[in-house]
Write a protein of this length. Structure first.
Length: 132
């Protein structure tokens, strides 16, 4: 199984290092609820120094679908060769609001995205990451 994890880790490391990838969410969740979302209409596309984001919140929440198209700042990727995990963080500003993105690729290839808004809300997702 170690070889499987090595392969998953090497692939995710290459994808993240390219700074040209797509996160496709499958579920949105909070501490009370988890809900499937449409993969064909939700994505986070990272293309070098820019990102295009369209991701839905939980149904019946007071948060609108997050739609951003902007410049990425403070991009940082870390790769832990011991645990075979990858993490990425960056920010995107839209008017007076700053969105912080945190992506974690687990050893088994599961991908988690957390989006924090400077307006005091958080969105959490699970999904997959693919090269663009």
């Amino acid at each position: 199984q170690s070889n499987t994890f090595e392969g998953v880790y090497a692939q995710s490391k290459a994808i993240i290092s390219s700074k040209n990838y797509i996160f496709q969410p499958r579920f949105v969740f909070n501490n009370k609820k988890r809900q499937a979302i449409a993969a064909n209409t939700n994505s986070l596309v990272v293309n070098k120094g820019k990102a295009t984001v369209t991701i839905s919140p939980l149904e019946f929440s007071n948060i609108d679908t997050l739609q951003l198209n902007g410049k990425i700042t403070n991009y940082k990727a870390d790769f832990n060769d011991d645990t075979k995990t990858s993490t990425v963080e960056f920010k995107i500003e839209k008017l007076e609001e700053v969105f912080s993105f945190y992506i974690t690729v687990a050893t088994n290839g599961n991908v988690f995205l957390v989006v924090n808004s400077s307006k005091a809300y958080q969105l959490s997702y699970t999904g997959k990451i693919i090269g663009n």
